[in-house]
Design a protein around this ligand. Sequence first.
Ligand SMILES: [Zn+2]
Length: 314
Amino acid sequence: MSLNKKYLTKEQSDRLKKNATAASVSLAVGLCLLKAFGALYTGSLAVLSSMIDSVTDIFASSVTVIAVRFSSLPESYYYRYGYGKAESLSALLQSAFIAGSGIFILYDGINRLFHPRPIEQTTVGLIIMGVSLFATLALISYQRYVTRMTESQAISADSAHYMVDVMTNLSIIISLIVVSVFNISWFDTLTALGVSGYLLFNAYKIAGDAVKTLMDAELDDDIRRNIKKIVMECPFSKGIHDLRTRDLGGRYMFEFHLELDGELSLAAAHDMTELVEDNLQDEYPNSVIIIHQDPVGIKEERLDNKIRKPIKKS
Ligand SMILES: [Zn+2]
């Protein structure tokens, strides 16, 4: 968890995310128009295929816009945990787009080994490629900033998807130079292999993070340790067990059993629990916390006893 997140309110974070999605859709639309003009002007197939790529960018970024809008909605009658996981769904979809591009580039690269493509080179085509490369890099660095501030899975995936454009454009430019200067025709295939490997790896990482959130994976051990520490710092806490943590999509949820003196009145136990909850909220604002009280020493079936500890990699 980044430190910055704590200092952003939900409104600030939602606004940043919305700005980032607006920027990415505007860029995709702008580049699409530029490439449409370029394709008409030059009749270049490369510019045309690059324009088609921008059309899919518009589609992919629109998915992110919808996901970010959804995730900022408050809890509702039917969705009482809120809509935060919409971002993970969108990230999962983006990872499929990225993996698809990776496979296509691999196929195309191998194909070109057997059927070398005449490389067309127009000044207008190169200028368009350069402009789109720099604009996309600017967008990616803005998205990285927003992701760092908000930890948004949807924006992070959208950004990874724009890396596809940067990588393919860069590899086209590098191949143009290498193939024309050194006349190594298989270099094209080599870069395609590298680019597709990079994309598939990224798609795997993004999908992994999204699936973790969607499947309620346990949060980092650091967070678990910190929760236990905060709970046990209260002088009346006799113990904590069956702690479960998860990411609801932008905010955390914790549940656990708090062990208290069994002779306490319900009102006293309630006040103590409230205090524990307040201390946790100070550290993890906006989190959802459910505390079940146990009289210390009670015999019961516990989740902690059912779970085998993972073997730590050293
Ligand atoms: Zn218990």
